[in-house]
Design a protein around this ligand. Structure first.
Ligand SMILES: Nc1ncnc2c1ncn2[C@@H]1O[C@H](COP(=O)(O)OP(=O)(O)OP(=O)(O)O)[C@@H](O)[C@H]1O
Length: 442
């Protein structure tokens, strides 16, 4: 008598096709079989993806087995070949996993659901592995049953079920699956835990898998609560520029919360994770408030930069090329070599200007002032941060008079010309930088 496999309901917001990650092993063979025999799931548009890593001798046969099984089940199947980076520095399993996940992501269309066959034994191993890597609540939450992934979702419908139940199902239904010989080798940490540690733990604590998966569920709750607090704390530190936070708000946070907030901010900006030394730099800087500390911390091609009451995180960017100079009449937007742009909204006349990088020593005669001022001081008093100043183009007339510094400061005559013609000059700096900050400047 074939046995049933209880599945959780798919959440209502995941509405697209169902794409099963089908390795041909026991777990995903069961998952595919259950889905293929569940009319409501078939009706969503069931699809299988087999990732061919090309790493093992039997890889072609495995792909052939997967295609043949899908044909029998009448489920469309894609075989995706990937190149696994050999020098990623993270080991072959992690490199294969990264390549596999990139292949899955490329297969998904918006709203699609990728279903993977991780089960409770996998979850228990993941918790132990994370504990041995000294993870906190976020890491110990291990695998989530459903999370956003690429343009869709990643669903793990078997996560609460023990592997023994999957095996019983496969045997009862006469399924055929592939045994990956590399699973028997204890070199990889996960295999060592699976083959040596977990069996020993279960002899003493038969409920070890249940207990460890419960740790994951409890830590996921804790992690969710912490994340909600992080979001609130981050909101208090934000400026109009997402890449800039206010130091006074960060300083008011306890160090543990501040550390989480900094990491969350960096993750949101999609920058590489901050190393522990970067957090130390921020904390030392904030807690001592010493102005002589290095104002920058660089990591992985990116820079944290403190200036007055602000902290900015961004890719390290070359300043606007000192040799750059262009003739411009304002008729069409001017593309700057650093990716910035200058454009004039309104009618042009016969004027022609030079646009160039700052050389230093420029002076500007602001509206309503009788004398010129050093542009450097004007920018300082406007509170223009150094990361914006480094990219700032100046507009100069035929006599070398500075008419505009980006769209931040204008010469009196040029300002009158703009106003008379109902014109506006705009500068957009490169990347996602914002020129307008709403933080109080110390
Ligand atoms: N080559 C593959 N092609 C398609 N799907 C795969 C492939 N390998 C694994 N999967 C899918 O991923 C699930 C988990 O497999 P495995 O535990 O090897 O993956 P992992 O991504 O390395 O996970 P972990 O986070 O446990 O390290 C499988 O049950 C299957 O659904």
């Amino acid at each position: 008598m074939p046995i049933d496999m209880p599945l959780p309901d798919l959440p209502p917001d995941a509405r697209g096709r169902l794409v099963v990650g089908y390795s041909g092993g026991l777990d995903s063979s069961v998952l595919l079989h259950v889905f293929a025999h569940t009319p409501a799931l078939r009706a969503r548009g069931l699809h299988a993806v087999h990732v061919h890593h090309g790493l093992q001798a039997g890889a072609d046969d495995w792909a052939g087995h997967c295609v043949a099984t899908c044909e029998r089940l009448e489920v469309p199947c894609s075989v995706v070949r990937v190149n696994v980076a050999r020098d990623s520095g993270e080991g072959p399993e992690a490199a294969a996993r990264a390549a596999r996940h990139a292949a899955f992501a490329a297969q998904l269309e918006p709203g699609d659901v990728l279903a993977l066959a991780h089960h409770r034994d996998d979850q228990a191993e993941t918790v132990l592995l994370r504990a041995l890597r000294a993870s906190g609540p976020d890491g110990l939450s291990a695998m989530r049953p459903l999370r956003p992934f690429a343009s869709g979702w990643l669903w793990r419908p078997l996560l609460a079920l023990p592997r023994a139940q999957l095996l019983a199902y496969a045997q009862a239904h006469g399924l055929e699956w592939i045994e990956d010989p590399s699973n028997a080798v204890d070199d990889a940490d996960r295999n060592f835990l699976r083959n040596r540690v977990m069996p020993l733990l279960r002899t003493r604590w038969p409920h070890a898998d249940v207990a460890l998966s419960t740790v994951a569920a409890l830590q996921a709750e804790t992690s969710g609560l912490l994340a909600a607090g992080d979001d609130m704390a981050l909101a208090t530190a934000r400026t109009r520029d997402p890449s800039v936070l206010r130091l006074d708000a960060l300083r008011a946070l306890p160090v543990a919360r501040r550390t989480r907030v900094l990491r969350r901010w960096i993750a949101e900006l999609e920058l590489p994770p901050l190393p522990a030394r970067a957090i130390d730099w921020c904390n030392a800087d904030l807690d001592t408030g010493r102005a002589d500390r290095a104002p920058c911390f660089d990591w992985a091609g990116h820079r944290l930069q403190r200036w007055r009451g602000l902290l900015q995180a961004a890719p390290i960017r070359a300043p606007l090329d000192a040799d750059f100079t262009a003739q411009w009449n304002g008729a069409a937007p001017l593309q700057l070599p650093d990716g910035g742009r200058l454009w004039l909204d309104g009618a042009t006349d016969d004027r022609m200007w030079t646009v160039r990088a700052r050389e230093g020593g420029e002076r500007i005669c602001l509206p309503g002032r009788a004398h010129t001022h050093a542009l450097k001081h004007v920018l300082q008093s406007l509170g223009v941060p150094p990361w914006i100043r480094a990219q700032l183009p100046v507009l100069v007339d035929g006599e070398g008079r500075v008419l505009a510094a980006g769209d931040l400061a204008f010469d009196a005559g040029f300002d009158a010309w703009l106003r008379d013609g109902d014109r506006r000059l705009y500068w957009s700096p490169p990347g996602d930088m914002h020129t307008v900050l709403d933080a109080p400047i110390a």
